[in-house]
Design a protein around this ligand. Structure first.
Ligand SMILES: NC(=O)c1ccc[n+]([C@@H]2O[C@H](COP(=O)([O-])OP(=O)(O)OC[C@H]3O[C@@H](n4cnc5c(N)ncnc54)[C@H](OP(=O)(O)O)[C@@H]3O)[C@@H](O)[C@H]2O)c1
Length: 308
C-alpha cells in the first residue's frame, strides 16, 4: 500500500518505521537537513529501553504535489504546524487522511479540508502513543518499533478503516478506535498543558520542582479546573480514569508527579514552546465561553514564562 507520512519529526519517524516494517510502500515527507539525513542514512532510531538502534531505508519526498496519489496519508506534526499543510492536503488528490498529534480543534481542520478540497476527503484523527526526542542525526524513542494509535472519526465510523487494518496487519501495532476521538484529544490536552506550564516555569528542569509543593498543587488544581471546563462544554473526559485520578486521588497524583519530576526521562516528553502556547490559547477560549473560574490555572499562567 502506498502511504505518505507527512512530517519527519520524532513521532512521524517512528510511525514511518512501523509502516515500512509492515511491508508498505512508505514515503516520508521531510524538509531541509532532515530530508538529507533520511535520504543518506534511512530511518535511524535509537530505542532507549531496548538498547538497540534500527535502520530502515525509506523513500523521501520534499513536497506533496497536486497529482501525488497515496492510499493513506498520516500527517504527524505539532498542533500549531497543521494549518500550514491543510491547503496542500486540500489540493492533493489523495482521499484518506489521518491527522496525528495533539489537537484542540479537529472539527475546524476537517471542515477546512471538506470545504477546500476538489475531491471528497475522508479524515480521521489520531494520537501515536509514544515518546522520544531528536538527537543530532537520529531519533531517540521509548517504543520498541511497535506501539499503538488512539484513532477515530468525528462522524461515526472511519470510512477507510479496512485500509488502516491492512497497513498495520503485519506489525505489532494496535489501532485503538474510539467513538469520540475529539473528547479524547481535548481531555489529553488538560494534563499536557498544566504539566508543561510548570515545566516551562522551571526552564524544563522539572527536577527543580522538588520541594516546590505549591507548584505541584497548582498543577493538580489546574487539571481539575480543566476538566470542569471540558464538562461545561458538554465534553466527556476520556479515559474516565483520568478524571477519577485527578479528582479523587490527588495525594497519589501528587506523589506520582513528584517522582516523575525527578526522573530524567521526563525530558523525552517535554512539549514544544509553540505547540503549548497554541494549546494554551485554545484553553483560554474554552474557559471564556464556559465562564468557569480557574484560580489555579491563573496562578500557573501568571508565572508561565512563555506567555509573557
Ligand atoms: N515527541 C514526543 O515525545 C511526543 C510524545 C507524545 C505526543 N507528541 C505529540 O505528537 C505530535 C508530533 O510531535 P513530534 O514530537 O513528532 O513533533 P516534531 O518532532 O516537531 O515533528 C514535526 C515534524 O513536522 C514537520 N513539519 C512541520 N510543518 C511542516 C510543513 N509545513 N511541511 C513539512 N513538514 C513540516 C517538522 O519539520 P521541521 O523539522 O523541518 O520543522 C517536523 O519534522 C505533537 O502534537 C506532539 O505534542 C509528541
Amino acid at each position: 500500500m502506498k502511504i505518505l507520512v507527512y512530517g519527519a519529526g520524532v513521532l512521524g519517524t517512528q510511525l514511518a518505521q512501523v509502516l515500512v516494517r509492515g511491508g508498505n510502500d512508505v514515503t516520508i515527507l521531510a524538509r531541509g537537513k532532515r530530508a538529507e539525513e533520511l535520504e543518506k542514512d534511512g530511518i535511524v532510531i535509537r530505542h532507549i529501553f531496548q538498547f538497540r538502534t534500527t535502520v530502515d531505508p525509506v523513500r523521501v519526498a520534499r513536497t506533496l504535489e497536486v497529482d501525488d496519489q497515496y492510499d493513506l496519508i498520516f500527517v504527524v506534526m505539532k498542533y500549531n504546524d497543521f494549518p500550514s499543510v491543510l491547503p496542500i492536503l486540500a489540493d492533493n488528490q489523495s482521499s484518506n487522511i489521518v491527522i496525528v498529534g495533539n489537537n484542540a480543534d479537529a472539527r475546524s481542520m476537517q471542515t477546512y479540508l471538506e470545504e477546500h478540497s476538489r475531491i471528497e476527503k475522508q479524515v480521521a484523527f489520531g494520537f501515536h502513543v509514544s515518546g522520544g526526542r531528536r538527537e543530532k542525526d537520529r531519533m531517540l524513542s521509548i517504543g520498541a518499533g511497535s506501539g499503538q494509535m488512539v484513532i477515530g472519526s468525528l462522524d461515526g465510523d472511519i470510512g477507510f478503516k479496512p485500509l488502516l487494518d491492512q497497513a498495520f496487519q503485519h506489525v505489532k501495532y494496535k489501532l485503538n478506535v474510539l467513538s469520540d476521538i475529539d473528547a479524547w484529544l481535548k481531555s489529553h490536552i488538560i494534563p499536557i498543558l498544566m504539566l508543561n506550564a510548570v515545566s516551562f516555569n522551571e526552564k524544563r528542569e522539572l527536577i527543580k520542582l522538588d520541594g516546590n509543593r505549591k507548584q505541584i498543587q497548582h498543577m493538580i488544581g489546574a487539571m481539575d479546573e480543566g476538566l470542569s471546563v471540558l464538562e461545561a462544554m458538554g465534553i466527556s473526559v476520556i479515559p474516565e480514569i483520568q478524571a477519577r485520578v485527578i479528582r479523587k486521588h490527588k495525594r497519589m497524583l501528587y506523589l506520582l508527579l513528584k517522582i516523575y519530576s525527578l526522573l530524567p526521562m521526563h525530558k523525552l516528553f517535554a512539549g514544544a514552546f509553540g505547540e503549548i502556547e497554541a494549546l494554551s490559547d485554545a484553553f483560554t477560549d474554552w474557559k471564556k465561553t464556559t465562564g468557569i473560574r480557574t484560580p489555579h490555572w491563573d496562578v500557573l499562567k501568571r508565572d508561565y514564562t512563555i506567555l509573557k
